[in-house]
Design a protein around this ligand. Structure first.
Ligand code: TXA
Ligand code: MG
Length: 364
């Protein structure tokens, strides 16, 4: 029988989920740790295969039949599943150990597919015209006849939609010929992957293949904007800056209420976290720390250091951020010290990820 643990586990989760929806997380863990331990032990000894774009047709077949495949986008690698298939979506949450209250982004292959899943207005249509394909995710009211799984949107009556700007992603989405959910292809809370190898290091089971498209061009996730209310609101800064979006639709507010509470359900304070502590806005490097530098005037350090952009280019820094954090995330360092990054343009997205990487988790 050729079936992966992910699908089998996904099936069991869905079965149990129907009966104990409020216990979803615990049930996931029960499945993973108890019932399928034997499967997991075997699966963890092998790694998910990396394939080239010649396997896109096969990958589309896997997604259509309920499996999970990782694929490149211009921002980060995504873990794709059929958005209309509850079982596939449940297995995706389980594989990433993602909290079920954190909804997923629906990926579409063309601009016209937007109206299949969401209710649009003049603002969303003009943003799609101008910025798609590209690193912009729009949160919109769900369309009445949407076939997107309610698990995918965590039961919300809104849906996040994006059309990625990567030829492999677009070809895969066109071949699946239906909405595909794709969170970043990493364990929940850890650093997002920008190469196929990062995905292979992070996800050990439940994924059938990783399509290699080389390093991601932008290297930081899409900007998430909510257009549900009259005033548009940025829920997550990302690959397209607020200034550029404002040129198209006017004033946009930020994602904080009283500077504190995040509006996007997935914007947990501690996120994007390497295993070593991260110290930000440093003016000196402490003994035993690795240095993540930015710009031409690099701080002195007698330990290992990497520079996000020696010329001080924020786009270059964004594209290097996650891969350099991974390279410095080693037990021999007491922490990773990061120099100050300017809070403008894509620098806001970089600082958002760094602040979350530096935040102390609420639970161990
Ligand atoms: O660049 C990207 O967006 C990547 C690539 C793979 O496309 N995907 C990605 O997905 O970053 P993920 O799942 O890691 O982040 C999705 C974000 C989360 O912060 C989630 O809370 C928010 O989008 N989101 C999704 N649906 C939402 C909704 N209906 N309302 C508010 N926020 C939503
Ligand atoms: Mg993510």
């Amino acid at each position: 029988m050729i079936v992966t643990g992910g699908r089998l586990i996904g099936h069991e989760i869905v079965t149990i989920y129907c009966h104990f929806s409020s216990l979803f997380e615990n049930v996931c863990w029960y499945c993973v740790t108890t019932r399928n331990k034997g499967i997991l032990d075997n699966l963890s000894k092998t790694s998910v295969p990396i394939v080239d774009r010649g396997s896109i047709c096969k990958a589309a077949d896997i997604v259509r039949s309920g499996g999970l495949v990782a694929f490149p986008t211009e921002t980060v690698y995504g873990l794709g599943a059929d958005a209309s298939n509850d079982e596939a979506v449940a297995s995706l949450f389980a594989v990433k150990e993602r909290p079920s209250f954190n909804p997923l982004i629906v990926h579409v292959p063309r601009r016209n597919s937007l109206e299949d899943v969401a209710r649009c207005d003049a603002r969303s249509l003009s943003l799609a015209d101008r910025f798609w394909p590209g690193p912009l995710t729009m949160v919109l009211p769900r369309s009445a006849d949407s076939n997107v799984s309610w698990l995918a949107s965590s039961g919300l009556d809104t849906v996040a939609v994006r059309m990625p700007d990567h030829s492999v992603a677009l070809e895969l989405l066109a071949k699946v010929n239906g909405p595909v959910v794709a969170p970043s292809a990493n364990m929940s809370g850890s650093v997002s992957p920008t190469t196929a190898e990062h995905v292979q290091e992070s996800l050990k089971w439940g994924v059938e293949m990783i399509i290699d498209g080389g390093p991601c061009r932008i290297g930081i996730e899409s900007t998430v904007i909510s257009l549900v209310d009259n005033v548009p609101c940025i829920l997550r800064p990302g690959g397209i800056s607020r200034e550029v979006l404002e040129e198209e639709i006017g004033a946009i507010v930020s994602n904080k209420i009283n500077g504190l509470s995040p509006l996007a359900p997935g914007m947990l304070e501690s996120h994007y976290a390497p295993s070593r502590p991260v110290r930000i806005n440093v003016t000196e490097v402490m003994p035993g720390e690795a240095l993540l530098a930015f710009g031409p005037s690099q701080l002195a350090s007698d330990s290992e250091s990497l520079n996000l952009s020696p010329s001080g280019d924020l786009e270059e820094a964004a594209s290097n951020l996650f891969s350099m954090l991974r390279r410095l995330d080693r037990a021999e360092f007491v922490a990773v010290a990061v120099m100050t990054i300017p809070e403008s343009g894509i620098g806001r997205a970089i600082n958002d990820r760094l602040r979350r990487a530096a935040a102390t988790p609420l639970t161990p």
